[in-house]
Design a protein. Structure first.
Length: 573
């Protein structure tokens, strides 16, 4: 064993004794370098084998000073003071002063390296000298690399372990609140009082804990609910270039949960404060905050804060899932999360791999998204649906992060700039979007009316390319194009205006049965809205029945079609 012993006011015989005691402790003969350090005022501080033994007078004095500091208390009187003093004296013992701490050897960009701190675990919280907190992320033989969450530290200062991992308050008190990834309020109100706390990292439910996804999560967006249905407990990626309406789809989905008993968590990672403010304003205006929690780590936060944000959001949603409820969590977006993690990893001196991301960037997202699940009945049957968002560059879905997240999730909704700018909003590319498990969760009514929608749209897109060259088409193709253009127009939907299940069923039924055949394509969208309005006024009972049962029979179908044809004739007139 090798080590250094700093000492003050000790005789050679006493130092001899110290060295003999360390030999006894470690069971071997050690080589110790003795360095005088008068600031210790007496005693010694030894750094041996990654541990620090503090038996110095200066540390004892500061401990005594700490024990004898009393907070300002207006009700303090002699009697109370005596009792506090007695209590402190009882608690304060000198014999426990051998403790471990490490020393900061480098500090910069929110990352510190600490020497002499042994026995720490990955993800453990460390306490800094100023009371701040750091997260241990890189553990090696004699050094710990950590990301500072709060507080500041400089080289030479002490850091100690806490044997605790990071956790966050979770519970109903968070509903309607905007919080930071460590649970601090960001909305200017008092700190939320929750009775439960959950660790931000938690193992994903195992195979036996899960059940197949079987209940739908309606987004209220016709193109998604009809062709790329999402089930509760599914992970569906929203992917696309910048400014293609990714956030809008997620927010619309949250808005549509107003009567669905789903707790929503919106996690903003590395976004502009103005963009988050806009989302919050929309949620407030539509009265969606009463069932929504916003976890925000803006671009101005440290990389470490942005790194923990989605895990914290997931932990909050998990609280609801494990208490048997349904939760939806939106991660907006995981590209920025990966970038924050890359910055941290490079500063921690981890070797960079493809696109300079560290080797474990797949695990970064897989362990997060695997926590999405539909739990089995024994565990309460709750669910956690995840809608991660990933931003692509120039539509390149084969870049590193997009391919990773595509392979982890149960499908993706691919948004295209070209469609978005041509006015097709939401700009869903039907060909490249899939939902791998949602189809079995789709309501029977929806399945019955979707028909050949996907095929028609695909054919229409393909053929419309030829039309641009002014090609002559035969009558069958012309009819197909007519149908395609109307269906494609029908899928256009303004933002923040979700359809109910019954609305969607009626519109698809109408499109499938040629109700819009005489409406000029550019008017289909407004005709559809007028139609829904009319149906709501004329036959609310039928719409109610469709919503309640989630199914339609021939009789309802006939009645709806009859009503819609009549409505369309009026609209035309
Ligand atoms: P960013 O890459 O900046 O995060 P984004 O992909 O999340 O962007 P949004 O912010 O959702 O995109 O939308 C971009 C713009 O398009 C916004 O101004 C939004 O209001 C508008 N928009 C999105 N969807 C629709 C829609 N269905 N109808 C009309 N406007 C829309
Ligand atoms: Mg966005």
């Amino acid at each position: 064993m090798k080590g250094t012993v700093h000492y003050a006011n000790m005789t050679p015989a006493e130092l001899e004794d110290v060295s003999a005691r360390f030999d006894e402790l470690f069971g071997e003969r050690g080589e110790y370098e003795f360095v005088p350090q008068p600031e210790l005022k007496g005693g010694f501080i030894a750094h041996i084998g990654g541990r620090t033994f503090d038996m110095s007078v200066s540390s004892r004095l500061s401990a005594v000073r700490g024990a004898m500091t009393f907070p300002d208390d207006p009700y303090m009187n002699a009697e109370k003071f005596a009792s506090v003093l007695a209590e402190r004296t009882e608690k304060f013992k000198f014999d426990g002063l051998v403790y471990e701490y490490g020393t900061v050897v480098s500090s910069g960009d929110g990352i510190i390296h600490v020497k002499g701190l042994s026995g720490r675990r990955y993800g453990e919280l460390l306490t800094l000298a100023d009371g701040g907190v750091a997260l241990a992320l890189e553990i090696s033989d004699d050094e710990v690399g950590a990301a500072v969450l709060f507080g500041q530290t400089c080289v030479g200062e002490r850091v100690s372990g806490t044997n605790r991992v990071l956790d966050i308050p979770a519970g109903d008190a968070l509903l309607g609140r905007i919080i930071s990834p460590v649970g601090d309020p960001l909305d200017g109100k008092s700190a939320p009082v929750c009775h439960a706390r959950r660790p931000i990292e938690y193992p994903a439910p195992g195979i036996m804990d899960r059940k197949a996804v079987s209940r739908p999560l309606q987004t209220g967006l016709l193109s998604i609910d009809s062709m790329i249905p999402i089930g509760r407990g599914q992970r569906e990626l929203i992917i696309g270039d910048r400014q293609t309406g990714k956030t809008t789809i997620a927010v619309d989905t949250i808005l549509n949960q107003h009567d669905q008993d789903v707790v929503c968590v919106y996690c903003a990672i590395g976004q502009k404060a103005s963009a988050v403010a806009e989302v919050v304003r929309t949620l407030q205006e539509k009265d969606a905050m009463r069932y929504t929690i916003v976890v925000n780590s803006p671009a101005s936060d440290s990389a470490a804060m942005q790194y923990i944000a989605p895990y914290a959001a997931c932990a909050i949603a998990e609280y609801f899932m494990y208490s048997g409820r349904d939760a939806l969590v939106v991660y907006d977006d995981l590209s920025k999360h990966a970038v924050a993690y890359r910055a941290m990893s490079l500063l921690l001196h981890r070797p960079p791999g493809r696109e300079a991301y560290p080797g474990d960037v797949f695990y970064l997202h897989s362990r997060l998204l695997e926590r999405g699940a539909q739990l089995c009945g024994d565990l309460g049957g709750g669910s956690l649906t995840a809608l991660p968002i990933v931003e692509t560059m120039a539509g390149d879905i084969s870049a590193y992060i997009p391919t990773n997240v595509i392979s982890i999730t149960d499908g993706q909704i691919f948004l295209e700039s070209e469609l978005f700018h041509s006015g097709m909003r939401p700009a869903v590319n039907v060909g490249l979007s899939v939902s791998r498990v949602g189809r079995s969760a789709q309501r029977a009514a929806m399945r019955k009316v979707t028909g050949t929608l996907r095929l028609d749209l695909a054919q229409y897109r393909e053929m419309s390319v030829f039309l641009q060259f002014g090609a002559e088409v035969d009558s069958a193709t012309a009819a197909m194009l007519e149908r395609g253009v109307r269906k494609s127009e029908l899928l256009k939907q303004p933002k923040h205006d979700p359809y109910s299940l019954a609305d969607e069923v009626c519109l698809l039924l109408a499109a499938e049965n040629g109700v819009f055949a005489d409406v000029p394509p550019e008017k289909v969208s407004s005709a559809a809205r007028a139609l829904i309005k009319r149906l709501r006024a004329v036959c609310p009972d039928v719409l109610g029945a469709v919503s309640a049962r989630g199914d339609i029979d021939e009789e309802i179908k006939a009645r709806l079609l009859d009503e819609m044809h009549r409505g369309m004739r009026r609209y035309g007139a």
